[in-house]
Design a protein around this ligand. Structure first.
Ligand code: PGA
Length: 260
């Protein structure tokens, strides 16, 4: 696991966007795994800027989102479908047929989940999975106690996650209790993972993910087992890490060919 600590969320997003750009420029039919939430908003803004100003081309790219709420129509402003249109999809030249999101309105959930796994496989697998982390250590909506080899499925959200996500809903609109999420095993099959975290509220989860034991109680900790996982943090999210100096030394002394 490579840990990169940056002075600000903006600096974190600049590095993450360079990872995305590098993939798109070196792989003809790149497949991206995408998150929602407050973390990726500035990253998406930077990606949109690169598309507009630097010609970053998404025409051949395919995307798979991590999750979606159950029972929320894609047209609902609180849906992740709406979030992605607003922050990313409406501003890029992605082919709509290459955009994939879990169907939170599916009549047959197990079948829809299986179809999502099949679509990922048929696209050749995910090249780069971008992730946020929940304050409880979740990735996607894989809450603590999720099987570390789970696949796309229905999950019940914890009260803590529901509280955290309340700000995306208008006052009085209930936060859904259920979501469809790629599994931890699905995420681990991505060829590379890039997790971003900002702010004090993530410091405990980040510490447990990077320096704690691998445990289903901190699903993000499984990234310790991923051969190509990069974690990019601002100072606040990194504040509890014991080996900060080492991570900084490693990043500042990377050979030129490894720099991005
Ligand atoms: P956030 O959520 O980006 O809104 O903090 C991250 C997550 O739940 O994975």
């Amino acid at each position: 696991m490579e840990v990169i600590i940056q002075p600000s969320p903006k600096a974190v997003c600049a590095i993450a966007a360079r990872h995305v750009a590098h993939l798109l420029r070196t792989k003809h039919k790149a497949v991206l795994g995408l998150p929602t939430g407050s973390t990726p908003i500035s990253l998406y803004a930077e990606i949109v800027r690169m598309h507009r100003e630097e010609g970053l081309d998404f025409k051949q790219a395919t995307t798979f989102n991590l999750d979606e709420y159950v029972g929320i129509d894609p047209a609902n402003p609180a849906s992740y479908h709406s979030f992605m249109r607003q922050h990313l999809f409406d501003h890029l030249n992605l082919d709509p047929k290459n955009i994939h999101m879990p169907d939170g309105m599916a009549k047959d959930m197990p079948l829809a989940c299986q179809a999502y796994e099949t679509a990922i496989r048929e696209a050749g697998g995910i090249d780069l999975q971008i992730l946020g982390i929940g304050a409880d250590g979740h990735i996607g909506f894989n809450e603590p106690s999720s099987s570390l080899s789970s696949r796309t499925r229905l999950k019940t959200l914890t009260d803590k996650t529901m509280r955290f996500n309340k700000s995306f809903f208008s006052p009085g609109q209930p936060v859904p209790r259920y979501a469809i999420t790629m599994g931890v095993g699905t995420i681990m099959e991505a060829r590379a993972c890039l997790l971003l975290a900002f702010g004090d509220a993530k410091a405990v989860a980040v510490e447990r993910m990077v320096e704690g034991a691998v445990s289903a109680m901190v699903p993000a900790s499984i990234l310790q087992m991923h051969p190509q996982a990069v974690v990019i943090l601002d100072e606040a999210a990194a504040k509890n890490l014991r080996h900060k100096d080492y991570y900084r030394f490693v990043y500042n002394h990377k050979p030129e060919w490894q720099q991005r």
